[in-house]
Each structure stands twice: as structure tokens, then as C-alpha cells.
Ligand binder design. Structure first.
Ligand SMILES: *Cc1c(COP(=O)(O)O)cnc(C)c1O
Length: 222
């Protein structure tokens, strides 16, 4: 199947209220153009240099989402144009995004990443670390970064019950955070979860943004 057909297939499976982030990392501009021609406008990348090069050479109505692990010294390169940063996993990173966003005269939308998987390798706050940060008032003073929701990655396993339980735990925390710290923040509404192999489970657990790469663009060559 072509990229355009893959996009149509995935879109046909998304209920109202769930948006597709087409994860184009490690794929060339030609692949993105094909998805663009099929109507896709939201793309996800995980490397700062790669995303910036693509931003510079591709149509300006593309929404670029940064989904990787962001290093503080590289924030400045994406802040002028990024639409959403998915993986904010420390207070320090949040303050640095705020600082660079203020310099650029922007407010940058971001998601807090929670560690929900039974794997050491994945990044993110624990639920308690995140509660502790949100319970403090410091983050509320960061006027140039807007926390729009949460992001998480499930364990890479064939055990769908485990995957569902992990996604549900993130949705439970999302509801708690919404009720406790964001009850008046209509922008706190995104739950970024689900990749090629588990987006159906993520949608069943309340995802609003699925990040699908290989199912659309084919396997990546690392
Ligand atoms: C690469 C990546 C994806 C997409 O993964 P696929 O399995 O190719 O769909 C989604 N989210 C994050 C954070 C990624 O790094």
C-alpha cells in the first residue's frame, strides 16, 4: 500500500476527537510530501536538526510536533515554529522552554510526559513526581509555556491487557490533573498516546493524539 492509502486507512479508524500525528522521523521529504498531498498536515519528529531542516524545506502550513527527548541546549532551534512539544519530562525543561519561548515572543504548547511503561529505558515523570511539581506554584509563573495535556508510551509487549492498563493509568492521572490543577484551563485537553502497534488500545483508553509512524511510512532503517 502507498503512503496515501496508509494514511486513509489509519484516519478511517480514528473516532471523532482523535487526531493523527504522522511520525515521519528518518523518512525523507518525498515521503512527507506524499502524505501532505493526501491531506495530512500534522507531522511528528524526534530529532531537532532533522525537524528543523524539514520545516525549512516543506510547506509552511505543516504543524510540526516534537515527540523525542529534548535537550535543553537545542530548544531554541525549534521554539520559533514548533506547534506542540510532546515529551516534557522535567521542570527544568519546562523552564527552559519558557525562557526560549519568551525570547522568541511566543507561547509554546507542551505536554508533560509520564513514565507508564515497565521499562527503564523510557523517559518521563512518575505520577508522584508530576503531582509534586503541579502542586507547587512555580510552574504557573511560566507565562510562555502552556501545558496542554499529557503524553505516555506503553511497554513494548504483545500483552494487550498490560498495554491497556498502562494507557488507562495515564487517562486516570489525566482526569485527576484536569480536576485538580487545570479545571479552568480549556486548553488542557490532549492525551498523546498510541503508536503503530498499540493505537487501538490507546484510543479505547481515551487518547486524543495518536503518533503513528511505521504503519504509514514503512519500517525505518536506523
Ligand atoms: C517513533 C515514535 C513513534 C512512532 O512509532 P511507530 O511504531 O513507528 O508508529 C511514536 N512516538 C514516539 C515518542 C516515537 O519516538
Amino acid at each position: 500500500m502507498s503512503i496515501a492509502e496508509n494514511i486513509k486507512q489509519v484516519l478511517s479508524e480514528l473516532p471523532d476527537g482523535v487526531r493523527l500525528v504522522a511520525v515521519s522521523k528518518f523518512h525523507p521529504n518525498e515521503a512527507i510530501k506524499e502524505a501532505y498531498s493526501a491531506g495530512q498536515r500534522v507531522f511528528g519528529e524526534s530529532k531537532v536538526q532533522e525537524m528543523t531542516a524539514k520545516y525549512e524545506s516543506l510547506p509552511k502550513d505543516i504543524e510540526w510536533h516534537f515527540i523525542g527527548h529534548l535537550q535543553t541546549n537545542k530548544i531554541k532551534y525549534i521554539v520559533p515554529y514548533v506547534t506542540l512539544i510532546h515529551g516534557v519530562d522535567s521542570y527544568k525543561l519546562l523552564t527552559e522552554i519558557n525562557r526560549q519561548a519568551a525570547k522568541a515572543g511566543r507561547t509554546v504548547n507542551s505536554l508533560l510526559q509520564l513514565h507508564i511503561a515497565q521499562e527503564e529505558s523510557k523517559f518521563g515523570f512518575s505520577f508522584d513526581e508530576c503531582r509534586e511539581m503541579l502542586a507547587g506554584d512555580e510552574w504557573k509563573k511560566l507565562g510562555n509555556v502552556r501545558i496542554c495535556g499529557l503524553m505516555g508510551m506503553a511497554t513494548n509487549t504483545d500483552n494487550t491487557e498490560q498495554i491497556k492498563a498502562e494507557f488507562r493509568s495515564l487517562n486516570n492521572f489525566f482526569q485527576e490533573a484536569k480536576a485538580t490543577w487545570f479545571s479552568n484551563a480549556e486548553w488542557f485537553r490532549e492525551l498523546s498516546m498510541g503508536m503503530s502497534h498499540d493505537y487501538h488500545e490507546a484510543i479505547a483508553a481515551g487518547s486524543t493524539l495518536v503518533r503513528v509512524g511505521s504503519k504509514i511510512f514503512g519500517e525505518r532503517i536506523y
